[in-house]
Design a binder for this molecule. Structure first.
Ligand SMILES: *Cc1c(COP(=O)(O)O)cnc(C)c1O
Length: 382
C-alpha cells in the first residue's frame, strides 16, 4: 500500500531516541527545552511550548486566551474536528466560516461578511482558528486586520504547515496572530510519534501555557500567591493538565527538525511533478497563492463529483491509500446534534467535499510510485 502520507525515520532519529533511553531523564529533562528552542528559532517566534499533541495545544491555546462559557470560536468547516472541539472543551460554542474556492482556506470575504452580521446580532467570536490547509497559510494579514477591527483573538492551526512560509516569513512567527499550533503526528510534516507545539510572542500567554501544560503548578515564586514555604515548595495557581511532551518524543523531534527544510523541498518537487503530469486533465489542481510557500502536507485534487467515488475506489483497489480531507465538520452528527447545523449552511465547503481526493505525497514517495498513481488517475479522468 502506498499511503497518502508517511513518516520518514532515519538511523539518526533512532539513535537520538536510544540516547534518551540511556540518559537520566525520560521526561522533564533537557531535550524538550532544546526542541522548543529549535522550533522558536525556526519560526522566528519569541516562545515555543512543546506538548503531547496539537489537540492539547489547541485546548490550552483557547484557555490561555480565556475562552469560556458564552463565548464563540469560529473556524473553517474544512479541517480536522480538533480545530473546533477545542472550543467545546472550554464550554464555549462553535460556528464556521465558509472556505475560499481556490485555496480551500477560510474565505476572508465570507469572514468579513459574517463579522458585519455578527456585530449587529451581538454574536462576535472571541477566537478565530485559522487553519492552514495542506500547509498553505491563510490570508493572515487580512485576518489580522479584521481581528483588530472586530476585537477577536487569532490562533493559527498550522498542524499541516511547519516549514511553510507566508509573505516570505516562516509560518509560526505569530506576526499576525496570538498563537500558532503545530502537530507532530506521524502523518504530518515532521513527527515525534504523537506531539504538538505552540508558538507565541506574548510573555503572558507563554506563562499561562507553561502552567496549563503541567497541572497549573509552578515552582516559580514570582507566579505564587504567597511566599514559598521552602525549596520543596510548589503551588497550584490554576487548573491545568498533564499535556507534557516526554524526552523520548522530543528527541525524535530534535532529530527530525534538522531535516525539515529538505523535507519541504522534496514535497514541493513532488507536488510540481503532479502539477505537470495532471495539468491536461479535467482536474482542479492545488492553487498556491503568490504570498505563499506551501509546506505541502497534502496534495488535494478535485474531480467532478460524479466520478470522485469511482476514482477513489480504483486507486484504493490498486493499493494506493488515498483519502478525503475533510468531511465538513458542521455535517458531523455530533455538531448537527448540538448546534443544529444543516446541509447547505456552508455551500462552498460542501461542494469541495464532494470533489476532493488527497493523493499520496510524502518525503520518500518514489517517482515510480508517483507514476503509477498518475497512470491510474488518467484511466478515470480525461
Ligand atoms: C492533525 C490535526 C490536528 C490534531 O493533531 P494531533 O497532533 O493529532 O492532536 C488538528 N488540526 C489539524 C488541521 C490537523 O490536521
Amino acid at each position: 500500500m502506498i499511503p497518502y502520507g508517511r513518516q520518514d525515520i532515519t538511523e539518526e532519529d533512532i539513535s537520538a531516541v536510544i540516547d534518551v533511553l540511556h540518559s537520566d531523564f525520560l521526561t522533564q529533562g533537557p531535550v524538550v527545552p532544546t526542541f522548543e528552542n529549535l522550533i522558536a528559532n525556526y519560526c522566528g517566534a519569541q516562545y515555543a511550548v512543546a506538548v503531547n499533541s496539537a489537540t492539547s495545544a489547541l485546548h490550552i491555546a483557547c484557555l490561555s486566551l480565556e475562552l469560556g462559557p458564552g463565548d464563540l470560536l469560529w473556524t473553517s468547516p474544512i479541517t480536522f474536528v480538533a480545530s473546533a472541539n477545542c472550543a467545546l472543551y472550554c464550554n464555549a460554542s462553535v460556528d464556521f466560516v465558509d472556505i475560499d474556492p481556490n485555496t480551500y482556506n477560510i474565505s476572508v470575504d465570507a469572514l468579513e461578511q459574517k463579522l458585519i452580521e455578527a456585530k449587529i446580532n451581538g454574536s462576535l467570536p472571541k477566537i478565530l482558528v485559522a487553519v492552514h490547509l495542506c500547509g498553505q497559510s491563510c490570508d493572515m494579514q487580512e485576518i489580522q486586520r479584521l481581528s483588530a477591527k472586530y476585537g477577536f483573538n487569532v490562533i493559527e492551526d498550522a498542524s499541516h504547515a511547519i516549514g511553510g512560509r507566508y509573505q516570505g516569513q516562516a509560518i509560526g512567527d505569530c506576526r499576525y496572530s496570538d498563537i500558532t499550533v503545530f502537530s507532530f503526528h506521524p502523518v504530518k510534516i515532521i513527527t515525534t510519534g504523537e506531539g504538538g507545539a505552540l508558538t507565541t510572542n506574548d510573555p503572558m500567554i507563554y506563562k499561562k501555557l507553561i502552567l496549563l501544560r503541567s497541572h497549573g503548578v509552578t515552582r516559580d515564586s514570582d507566579l505564587m500567591m504567597t511566599q514559598p514555604d521552602g525549596d520543596w515548595y510548589y503551588q497550584q495557581v490554576m487548573l491545568g493538565f498533564n499535556y507534557r511532551m516526554s524526552e523520548i518524543h522530543a528527541a525524535l523531534g530534535v532529530s527530525q527538525i534538522a531535516r525539515l527544510d529538505s523535507c519541504i523541498f522534496r514535497r514541493n518537487q513532488l507536488a510540481e511533478r503532479y502539477d505537470h503530469e495532471l495539468s491536461q486533465l479535467s482536474i482542479q489542481l492545488p492553487y498556491v497563492h503568490a504570498d505563499s510557500f506551501s509546506a505541502y502536507h497534502l496534495y488535494i485534487i478535485r474531480v467532478p463529483a460524479d466520478i470522485r467515488k469511482k476514482l477513489f475506489d480504483l486507486l484504493r483497489k490498486n493499493d494506493i491509500g488515498v483519502n478525503v480531507h475533510y468531511i465538513p465538520v458542521h455535517t458531523q452528527p455530533y455538531y448537527q446534534r448540538i448546534f443544529n447545523f444543516k446541509q447547505g449552511d456552508f455551500p462552498v465547503s460542501e461542494k469541495y467535499y464532494k470533489e476532493a481526493i488527497s493523493i499520496p505525497l510524502f518525503h520518500k514517495l518514489s517517482e515510480d510510485d508517483q507514476n503509477k498513481i498518475i497512470e491510474i488517475i488518467r484511466m478515470v479522468v480525461t
